[in-house]
Unconditional design. Structure first.
Length: 138
């Protein structure tokens, strides 16, 4: 009985070790949609809003709203700069800054990788895989 339990436990561990890396590989999974939808009012009320990447951990994004127009001024950009430095928010001032050196980051994410944002009927659609499809098309 004990030997059977040990064999089953080893099989579960082996399966987990085999499967976990494939879940983190974007090319081999279908977790989530290519386009993330969120209420524009949620972004306006909570900007800047951090959306963590649950698949690979390397594609967290900031979603922001700049200006007074409820139908425009939305931005989505990488929460990690190309140099590997995270972008963080000072919750007291709601200003973004580089975690490595405290350098300010504009609310439009200028200089950081951007994601397409479309507004329609109070809903934002953020295209999370636009860059990948653009490269595939060329």
């Amino acid at each position: 009985m004990l030997a059977g339990s040990v064999v089953v436990a080893l099989m579960v561990i082996a399966a987990a070790v085999t499967l976990i890396p494939s879940f983190r590989d974007r090319d081999n999974n279908n977790l989530g949609a290519d386009v993330y939808e969120i209420q524009a009012s949620t972004v306006r009320a909570n900007s800047p809003l951090l959306l963590n990447d649950l698949v690979g951990g390397d594609r967290a994004i900031w979603v922001t709203h700049v200006g007074d127009d409820e139908t425009a001024g939305y931005h989505a950009f990488a929460a990690i700069a190309p140099d590997g430095c995270a972008v963080e928010v000072d919750r007291a001032t709601l200003e973004l800054q580089q975690a490595c050196d405290g350098a300010p980051v504009r609310l439009d994410g200028a200089g950081l990788p951007q994601y397409d944002v479309a507004y329609a009927d109070g809903l934002l659609q953020i295209d999370l895989n636009f860059a990948g499809r653009s490269e595939d098309a060329s």
